[in-house]
Write a protein that binds this ligand. Structure first.
Ligand SMILES: [Zn+2]
Length: 136
């Protein structure tokens, strides 16, 4: 995964990447959020490559970054509240336990619904290999 990410980072013709979940993904978790979040107005799961969350997101995660050569990022606008809005929508539509399952527990959900930085919330109690990193 690191090797593939390095190749994408080194390729100047790629500006955007998409987090793609494996079709064998067994349960709802943080991968759902990263693959559905439209944080930059580029589409669900699409990020400027340097800001993309970097898989694996948990043990046995099979998410991958797909390069999106046709998507330019010069008009990308970060929505810093996008994770909070995503989790609030999941709570409304599927319930608080589903939202907690995505972010990793009720305490993390409560923190994520404030203005706390999402990366540090995600990383609470995470073993080092699965701490959230960004593409760049
Ligand atoms: Zn995954």
């Amino acid at each position: 995964m690191d090797k593939q990410t390095e190749e994408i980072m080194a390729d100047d013709t790629i500006h955007a990447v998409k987090v793609v979940m494996s079709c064998t993904h067994p349960r709802t978790d943080i991968c759902d959020m990263w693959s559905q979040l439209d944080k930059y107005g580029l589409g669900p799961g699409v990020y400027p490559k340097e800001h993309a969350p970097r898989p694996p997101f948990h043990p046995f995660c099979r998410c991958v970054l797909h390069s999106k050569r046709l998507i330019k990022t010069d008009k990308a606008r970060e929505n810093p509240a996008s994770e909070r809005q995503y989790l609030a929508r999941v709570m409304r539509e599927e319930g608080a336990s589903k939202a907690a399952q995505i972010i990793g527990g009720r305490a993390k959900l409560a923190a994520a619904l404030t203005n706390a930085p999402i990366d540090s919330i995600v990383n609470i109690n995470r073993p080092a290999p699965y701490r959230l990193g960004r593409g760049g």
